[in-house]
Design a protein around this ligand. Structure first.
Ligand code: CDP
Ligand code: CDP
Length: 212
């Protein structure tokens, strides 16, 4: 049966970490929807038309090693303001969300636009400074040399673009559960998310879920 968990929130709040762990815990499929916009953004940096790029995305585009660079993030948030780009990516995301066996999708508009009927909606937040520090550490560990100040400025600019665009702006759905991870460890954030999903799990899926 279909069971959808929507995970939204601003940049580097911990959406991906929580979404992957929830998917693993309950045996659900996981889709990082930010990767779709990042892949389109990279193609545009290489000269492609944004709408053509979104319409012709392939699985290989989603496996590029440069997907998680600050350049890809910046380009992603620019193409993400174009309604035709968002429309081109919509059906794939919705089909993924309703797949048998259930799915977790993380992004910006999953609970509001892609899956307004999702069984569970989580909205992950953390202070700007904490988010910037986490992303800065992550980038440095991957050998990408950036200053903390640049990362903070980039996150704020992207959040501004994501919250003020007209098509599918970033905002919590009315029925979203807010999880503030500012003072939470990764394990604590995951435990909170798992507990929220557990409460809403249909009985027939409860049997499938791994024991806590
Ligand atoms: O997907 P999103 O951009 O929202 O965030 P992420 O990639 O899941 O997390 C950003 C970074 O913060 C990663 O390096 C996580 O390991 C780290 N993180 C953390 O330190 N504490 C948390 N409670 C959640 C994530
Ligand atoms: O991991 P992080 O939160 O830094 O970024 P991401 O989730 O990979 O998303 C990159 C950009 O894609 C965001 O800043 C948004 O502009 C856009 N995006 C979106 O508009 N809608 C989504 N469902 C997912 C991402």
């Amino acid at each position: 049966m279909a069971f959808t968990v929507a995970v939204d929130g601003p940049a580097a709040a911990g959406k991906g970490t929580v979404a992957r762990a929830v998917a693993e815990h309950f045996g659900l499929a996981h889709l990082d929807t930010g990767a779709l916009y990042r892949a389109v953004g990279l193609k545009v940096l290489e000269g492609a038309d944004p709408v053509d790029a979104a319409r012709s995305l392939t699985p290989a585009d989603l496996e590029r090693s440069d997907l998680r660079t600050p350049e890809a993030a910046d380009a992603a948030s620019k193409v993400a303001t174009i309604p035709e780009v968002r429309a081109a990516l919509r059906d794939f995301q919705r089909a993924f969300a309703r797949r048998a066996g259930g799915a977790v999708l993380d992004g910006r508009d999953i609970g509001t636009v892609i899956c307004p009927d999702a069984e569970v909606k989580l909205f992950i937040i953390a202070s700007d400074e904490v988010r910037a520090e986490r992303r800065w550490k992550e980038l440095r560990e991957r050998g990408i040399n950036v200053t903390l100040a640049d990362v903070l400025a980039e996150l704020r600019e992207r959040d501004r673009r994501d919250t003020t665009r007209t098509d599918s702006p970033l905002r919590p759905a009315e029925d979203a559960i807010i999880i503030d991870t500012t003072h939470l460890t990764i394990d604590e954030a995951i435990a909170r998310a798992v507990a929220e999903v557990e409460k809403r799990l249909p009985p027939e899926m409860r049997k499938q879920g791994k024991a806590q």
